[in-house]
Design a protein around this ligand. Structure first.
Ligand code: ZN
Length: 140
């Protein structure tokens, strides 16, 4: 079996190859654990800014620039902007979870006979289901 050269994998990770070459490498990665491992290793070594598309990074930087005071433009770091973006994304998940807890409490008022202790259990169960769902989507 012809393994993918590391230099080719690097180009594949940074999307420098044409579609045909990408397809050949992808097909090989599906079949070859060794090259898949090498591929993941390269991915882990890539900085977040190169994995994200340049366009996306620019959008985040532009948005963050608008929100930052203009007095200190030289200290502005695009990586910090991205970190802030993901922080905001994390907050969204927290808000979603809060919504689920609220939903469980609303249901419980419709059924006053329900054991109050189970409300926490239900909430935890739903939160776990949501986390599993998110994990599932990430793994796809
Ligand atoms: Zn291989």
């Amino acid at each position: 079996m012809n393994h993918v050269k590391k230099s080719c994998l690097k180009k594949y990770v940074s999307r420098e190859l044409d579609v045909d070459q990408q397809e050949i490498i992808e097909n090989h990665l599906y079949e070859c654990e060794r090259c898949m491992d090498a591929y993941f290793e390269l991915l882990e070594n890539q900085s977040i800014s190169t994995i994200l598309s340049e366009d996306f990074t620019n959008q985040v930087v532009t948005k963050a620039n608008k929100q930052l005071p203009k007095s200190n433009p030289r200290q502005f770091s695009p990586k910090k902007a991205i970190a802030h973006y993901f922080l905001a994304a994390g907050l969204t998940v927290v808000l979603m979870l809060t919504g689920i807890f609220q939903g469980v409490l609303d249901v419980s008022t419709d059924h006053p006979l329900e054991n109050k202790l189970s409300i926490t259990e239900q909430a935890l169960q739903q939160a776990n289901q949501l986390l599993d769902h998110i994990k599932g989507e990430v793994n796809q």
